[in-house]
Design a protein around this ligand. Sequence first.
Ligand code: XMP
Ligand code: MG
Length: 187
Amino acid sequence: MHIDAFPHPDIHKILLDEQALGDRIRALGAQITRDYSQRRLLVVGVLKGSLIFMSDLLRALGSEVDVMVDFMAVASYAGTASTGTIRVLLDLRENPEGRDVLVVEDIVDTGLTLTSLTETLRARRPGSLEVCTLLDKPDCRKTPFKPKYVGFQIPNEFVVGFGLDYDERYRQLPYVGVLKPLQARTH
Ligand code: XMP
Ligand code: MG
């Protein structure tokens, strides 16, 4: 059933539609299932941006992986400009020591968030640590960071939807889209 035939009025254009997102996430799930087959995997979602990607990715993992789920929250953007430093707002409940850990993130931009987050996690001696991001803006790096699993590489445009927000709005959109300029928006 289609709830909305047209994009949200604040969206300039749809970059990735439901079909493209679904196909790619299923392929990522198959790849991760092969890589962690017959192993235990602690999947760590980075709140809040990863929420929709995380739930789709989890359902794309096969039963040959023994999956456990946890979450972290870190402070990142206010508006569209990167602050550079992160603070852990919500920490893991599981102990990652000795475990295979897969961090699930919505987007890698400057790379600062995941550099800092993976340093924090590595200090707790996981057995292995990899990152899966839905979106990657490789042109925006301020520090070299290469996630192992990438859904889509996208150009340097601010995107929202499918979990990604602008000041906490637009997370519910079922696609990834580019926002209109501020003066053309309804919110
Ligand atoms: P860095 O720069 O640390 O950024 O790699 C990671 C965090 O920045 C946010 N971010 C975005 N959020 N649309 C968003 O909604 C974007 O285009 C965008 N670019 C970066 C995001 O929260 C991510 O976790
Ligand atoms: Mg955000």
